[in-house]
Design a protein around this ligand. Structure first.
Ligand SMILES: [Zn+2]
Length: 275
């Protein structure tokens, strides 16, 4: 006979204590929580709040790869104050996006470009913002929902800028604006003194950063606007932790975003290096 868990388990749907043999969870009413106990692993995996760190590591690692890809180009001075700029060729091969996305059918670049950066200041600025906003969004929404917001907003930002006709673009700033948008959505939905405070604080940051974008060299303001909108809408649609803890659905959605991002890199690199 196959080994089956007995006794007390955490319901994979609501995270409360229930029994492996129960026909329904007494807290959330889901049928046969014991049969879905394997889903509880997702809960403990996401429960570690490590996704801000994972996203940071991915950005830094891919930045290093993009420099190593074309080292001579990376250290060649180009008459600007940007140091260590990866070459356009390197960024394109690794998954940069642009207006030829639609004619070429390279949908995956709206995901891969999020993790690529065009220079040392670009990545420094973005990583600092991710470290600033990520833990707050993970705290208020939950780590799985954080990753959904990060992915959806970054992708929407690039869909907007590719559609408008920006020729070549990379960077996590669309996702960063998405995190700001999600915080604003949280403030709006939660209301009260704390909600209003969050709404004002993050709304001001978003506005300031957006305006700053117009004064800086080669900033993709369309991706910023699209990213903010994506994060705001995702924030309105997803529940936050005070309202309802992350459910299996949130964890499956986050896993789908992780899977899709990995597939996107697979497609980008196979189309760059195998064809
Ligand atoms: Zn339950």
């Amino acid at each position: 006979m196959a080994a089956r868990r007995r006794g007390a388990i955490l319901c994979p749907f609501c995270g409360r204590l229930t029994n492996a043999d129960a026909t329904v969870c007494l807290v959330c009413g889901h049928k046969h929580p014991g049969r879905w106990a394997f889903l509880a692993r997702l809960r403990s995996l996401y429960g570690r709040h490590g996704l801000t760190g994972a996203v940071t590591i991915a950005c830094i690692a891919l930045y290093v790869v993009s420099l190593v890809f074309d080292p001579a180009a990376a250290i060649r001075p180009r008459g600007s104050f940007e140091l260590f700029e990866p070459s356009g060729r390197a960024l394109l091969a690794l998954g940069a996006t642009g207006y030829d996305l639609w004619p070429a059918g390279h949908w995956w670049t709206v995901l891969t470009a999020i993790y690529l950066h065009g220079g040392i200041l670009h990545i420094l600025f973005n990583v600092l913002w991710i470290r600033q906003l990520g833990p707050a969004v993970e705290e208020l929404y939950g780590p799985g929902r954080f990753f959904v917001i990060f992915t959806v907003s970054g992708a929407l930002g690039f869909v907007v800028s590719d559609t408008i006709g920006i020729p070549f673009t990379v960077g996590a700033s669309g996702s960063i604006f998405g995190l700001l948008g999600a915080m604003v959505a949280y403030g709006r939905k939660r209301g009260g003194t704390f909600g209003t405070l969050v709404l004002k604080q993050y709304g001001q940051w978003a506005l300031l950063l957006f305006i700053l974008g117009f004064f800086m060299r080669s900033v993709n303001n369309y991706a910023h606007a699209g990213g903010f909108l994506g994060g705001f809408l995702a924030g309105l649609m997803l529940s936050f932790e005070d309202q309802r803890s992350e459910t299996v659905l949130d964890h499956l959605l986050a896993s789908a975003c992780i899977g899709l991002t990995l597939i996107a890199f697979g497609l980008a690199w196979s189309s760059a290096f195998l064809s």
